[in-house]
Design a protein around this ligand. Sequence first.
Ligand SMILES: [Zn+2]
Length: 457
Amino acid sequence: MNAELLITHANLITWEEPNRILEGYALLLRDGLIRELGASPKLETRYPSVERLDARGQYVMPGNICAHTHFYGAFSRGLSIPGAAPDAFPQILKKLWWPLDLALDEEAVRCSALVCLVEAVKHGTTTLFDHHASPNAIPGSLDVIAEAVEQTGLRAVLCYEVTDRNGQAGAKAGIEENVRFLKKICQSSAVSRQGSRLSATFGLHASLTLSDKTLEACREAAPHGTGFHIHVAESEVDQYDSLEKSGSRVVDRLQRFGLLGPDSICVHAVHVDAREVALLAETGTWVTHQPRSNMNNAVGIGEVESMLRAGVRVGLGNDGFSNAMWEEWKTAYLVHKVWRRDPRRMSASDVTQMAVYNNAALAGRFFPGAPLGVIQPGARADLIFVDYHPFTPLTFGNLPWHIIFGFHESMITTTLVAGKVLMKDRQLQVLDEEAIAHRARQAASRVWARYRSNVRD
Ligand SMILES: [Zn+2]
């Protein structure tokens, strides 16, 4: 169990509903949870012998949550794609992601997770939903990532993306890896439900690489109550494929196979129609929005505001872009305006609804037992310190605009998860970044060599 820690002289951003900003406060942490908050002098007097962490007037707020990412994508950084540049999303899959994930071995899986987790600690992202693929190293791959998560001290929800593109044996191995890891998490959670920093979903790549038979097999293999994590209608091609294969649109198809529900995550949902939006809302299925990825892949931008209005719970992910969630906030805020040629689109309040409240509610389903993403007594002590000095008034009402126009991840100085300090005054406390980067570069050169031979196939 963690020792107690008293964070003093903090300006708290609580992310309660409604949000509060409390200046000159202290937080008492014990056993991974926030136990008490109050005026700093009062708590300092009450707990004179508890170890202290002086926030020196910085903003202290819940850590950011990423609702969809791919650690394995780390090795795409700086990678050149041979031949002509991909002209559309299907070619991006065929020329970049599929030859790259085939090139991953166990060491590459471990290194790619570690480098992303180092970045997450530095950029204040304390909970991440990963969606993993390594077709030539499937069995045990989620354990390798879980070990990296345990080592870094962060919180993560893991899954393996099942696909038919590597044959029946590949699909079967993916299903088995999900089931094995889900059962393992379930057993360990039964022992320490509140203390666990790991959780799991059942991963599926996308409708366009999954046959009816495999969808059925996934549904049958998944332990009762399991949610599914799948890319949905990222490009129009996913819809064309689903209509041709099954005569129904993607979300209808997933509904038919019993894959929607309040623990399932449909990633992107850029090209869904009104009936699909209604199905997502009716089933309580989560949608995640990844605007940087949508721009990079040139797939269009989903009707996020309409989905929110229709009652769909939309969260914010990064799809393997940097684990710096305010960058995703800023992109979401800006891209909808230019996409619709209307500066009134995508208010900072909608961005906050997705990135803060919806992401926290989603994460809460996978880490039950104590609230997450909020500062209040009894909530999980996942916190970041932000060294921000506003030169205009900052209130709970205009905070989202301060975050979008003023906050940068470089201002994050300290990161805690479950009450444990992972970074203090910009110094990593648990991880050796230089050693991890060195090891990753060795693995990356081997991955890139294999990628070049795969992409020529
Ligand atoms: Zn993705």
